[in-house]
Design a protein around this ligand. Structure first.
Ligand code: GLA
Length: 728
């Protein structure tokens, strides 16, 4: 899949679906020449160069035609005549920072090398190949290795960078991006997924403009405010057609993702660890490995990109026994009780849940220490015997006896100032020396860069899991990093963010590989840390603390741009909704939640007999169809972001014999008329029956003529579910 043409000094990374090409210019510089739809041999042409360039000319090249300021590059440096954003910045021991790296060598290897200590996509059973392009600076004897891996059946590549210090001096890395890609055009639009607490991942799209557009995190981890993802699309591209390029970071720490349009209307895309708080000391003989970034290309619009990413992450990133296993329907007690529960109350909830067909009972925050609100006890992971006098083991046993799974909430990266752990180990927290740490929810972050802190957490959770049979863990994280400091004297504060994340990955790796049969779900004030780094360890994420069905339409629609449905926790909750005060129909709440991983988050005893019977029916339906919903092909049809008061999507199986269609109307309109919706991704030649009717459609008819919905949705917050099945 990867070839090198020595005559043309050209690399082609191609798999019949996508191509990525690099050419070595003047025998010294790795130039980027193409990324997109597959090209025979990666193309036959060479880069055109002008006779004369206005930019500075590198000393190694004779003549004035060649300038790094205009060359599309694979890994641009700085202070070397390229005035655009650099991919790296290194400070040498004498205080200088000018670097002159040039191409020296390459290697093509079978498979995908492992990245030590980082979450990463795996080759698995699929044929993968990796190109390693090496750049070198003679003066410092530093090497930069650029890794490119291609997968045989996906329109996807991964990239990462390694800096190797073979020199005699210590250097500081101030910036080392995972990925840098230059294109010759800026006729593109940028798509990103900004949000906030309870308003996660809205889809925002705008044309590129001159200058740098940057999204990032400076909070120690990823956050609701920006997803580490950049989409670049041709202006004509929509959900179903047009060229789409996606860049997505496999990392949970502070990231920077940016696009620069330069003076020649070329575009530079970059993604990596955010340089803002980062400074890494690299001693002689050491190396630094960046996290990896995923690149995807689709000529079939945004759905094409999303489907490619869903399938790629599902098969090459997600792990544990639940990778392909149907996810249980759970009841979480959070919105039912908040901190105010007893064993009896929980068992009552469990009993009600069992009657309805729910499969797992999750005990959320407040079961440990003396935690009656969010101001205390994080770190003291011992049961609160005031609330649970018989202990957690007894609760778990009783729930198991009812034939259900038992799940538990933990927030293991945190410590409350009001806790026994803090009294014992005030030095285990992250804080800058000589400065008072800011508080959030009266809690501080544990310093996961310290091995003793990690050992304590792993052994505490290990002990808990040995004593109490637990089938599901909700791993929460509810404050962001401030001050960016450590009390450790082993390293400088500039390393604390990344070391803390590496510590988290170490803990998660130990726990999730020791307990692969537990269903791990990550959470951070809802979907604040919905990222690929955590998805590697935990196959699902609580998508948002906002459980309102209307808000969830946008949150889940936006989330689906990059994340598979199998990762998206979605619960039916009470009305009026606790976050927005809106009352939506039980039907719509179900249809929205069952478009993800269906669960419940309300006091089931408050439901009427009629409502309970509806819940039971919906649960039975979901159980019969969840494998298609969780692992089938998801297609967005109508966007809640386009202001048209509606949303629609489908789930289709691989054989295209089954398609589940959901339509949502937000507000009812008077005198509304028929509406046509065209389905996608069916088999033109198959004949389908609409379940529960005698109505038949050909596949081409469903896709090109569409289905006509009668104007029967006469109330606000209403929805439809239609199931089409192929007939012989
Ligand atoms: C976070 C989570 C919620 C809940 C609370 C408990 O906000 O997103 O689902 O678990 O913490 O404190």
């Amino acid at each position: 899949m990867i070839t090198y043409n020595d005559a043309q000094k050209k690399f082609h990374i191609g798999n019949g679906i996508i191509s990525y090409t690099i050419s070595i210019q003047e025998e010294l510089f790795a130039a980027h020449t193409y990324f997109g739809r597959y090209l025979t041999d990666g193309g036959d042409s060479t880069l055109p160069f002008p006779e004369w360039s206005t930019g500075p000319n590198p000393s190694q090249v004779k003549g004035r035609h060649f300038s790094l300021n205009t060359l599309p590059q694979e890994y641009p440096g700085h202070a070397n005549g390229d005035y655009r954003e650099s991919a790296f910045s290194i400070e040498y021991s004498d205080g200088s920072f000018a670097s002159q790296f040039t191409y020296v060598d390459y290697e093509i290897i079978q498979g995908k090398p492992e990245l030590d200590g980082l979450p990463q996509t795996r080759g698995g059973n699929e044929n993968t190949e990796t190109l390693i392009v090496t750049l070198h600076e003679e003066r410092s004897n530093l090497f930069i290795e650029l890794y490119y891996t291609i997968f045989e059946t996906h329109p996807v590549m991964t990239r990462s960078t390694r800096l190797v210090n073979k020199g005699s001096e210590q250097v500081s890395i101030n910036k080392l991006m995972s990925l840098s890609v230059d294109t010759l055009t800026s006729e593109l639009e940028l798509i990103q997924l900004p949000g906030s607490w309870a308003r996660e991942r809205s889809i925002v799209r705008h044309p590129l403009h001159r200058g740098v557009t940057k999204i990032d995190s400076k909070r120690g981890t990823t956050h609701h405010s920006y997803q580490p993802f950049l989409g670049l699309v041709s202006p004509q591209a929509d959900e179903h057609s047009g060229d789409v390029y996606g860049f997505h970071f496999v990392y949970s720490g502070e990231f920077a993702a940016q696009v620069e349009v330069d003076e020649y209307d070329q575009t530079r895309i970059q993604m990596g660890i955010n340089p803002e708080h980062f400074k890494w000391q690299l001693n002689s003989g050491e190396e630094f490995q960046t996290p990896e970034a995923v690149m995807v290309f689709s000529s079939e619009g945004l759905n094409g990109m999303s489907q490619a990413l869903h399938s790629f992450y599902q098969s090459h990133l997600v792990r544990t026994d639940y990778q392909w296993k149907e996810r249980p329907i759970l009841i979480n007690n959070w919105e039912a009780t908040y901190f105010d529960f007893t064993e009896d109350k929980l068992l009552e909830l469990a009993y009600e849940a069992k009657q309805l067909g729910i499969e797992c009972v999750v005990l959320d925050d407040g079961w440990f220490g003396h935690r009656d609100d969010d101001t205390s006890s994080l770190g003291d992971w011992q049961v609160d015997s005031r609330k649970l006098p018989n202990g957690l083991g007894s609760l778990s046993e009783k729930i198991h006896e009812m034939g259900m799974l038992f799940g538990l909430w933990l927030e293991p990266e945190m410590i409350s100032v009001d806790s026994e752990l803090y009294n014992k180990h005030p030095d285990w927290v992250l804080k800058a020396k000589g400065r008072d740490p800011s508080r959030a929810r009266e809690q501080l972050m544990l310093d996961y860069s310290k091995p003793e802190v990690r050992d304590y957490i792993v052994s505490t959770i290990d002990k808990l899991l040995n004593e109490v049979p637990v089938d599901y863990i909700k791993w929460d994280y509810n404050r962001n990093m401030t001050e960016h400091g450590t009390l450790s004297t082993d390293y400088m504060d500039g390393e604390v963010m990344h070391r803390n994340i590496l510590g988290l990955y170490d803990v998660l790796d130990k726990l999730t590989t020791s307990y692969p049969s537990i269903l791990w779900e990550s959470c951070s004030g809802g979907g604040g840390r919905y990222d690929l780094g955590l998805l590697y360890y935990m196959p699902q994420t609580w998508a948002s603390d906002n459980t309102d069905a209307v808000s969830r339409l946008s949150i889940q629609y936006g989330t689906s741009l990059v994340f598979p449905v199998s990762s998206m926790g979605a619960h039916v909750s009470d009305v009026p909704n606790h976050q927005v005060g809106r009352s939506t129909s039980l039907k719509m709440r179900h249809h929205v939640s069952m478009s993800g991983l269906l669960g419940y988050e309300l006091d089931l005893s408050t439901l009427s007999a009629e409502e309970k019977s509806e819940v039971k029916k919906e649960i039975d339906w979901y159980k019969a169809n969840r494998s298609l919903i969780q692992f089938g092909e998801f297609t967005r049809l109508l966007s809640p972001f386009n202001g048209k008061n509606e949303a629609a999507w489908t789930f289709t199986n691989k054989e295209k014999t089954q398609c589940i269609f959901f339509y949502f109307q937000i507000l009812a309109e008077a005198n509304d008329w028929f509406k046509t919706v065209k389905l996608k991704g069916l088999d033109e030649n198959k004949r389908y029956v609409l379940e529960g009717t005698e109505q038949y459609y050909f596949g081409d008819e469903l896709m090109y003529k569409g289905i006509v919905l009668d104007p029967m949705l006469k109330s606000d917050f209403s929805s439809r579910r239609l199931v089409f099945k192929a007939v012989k």
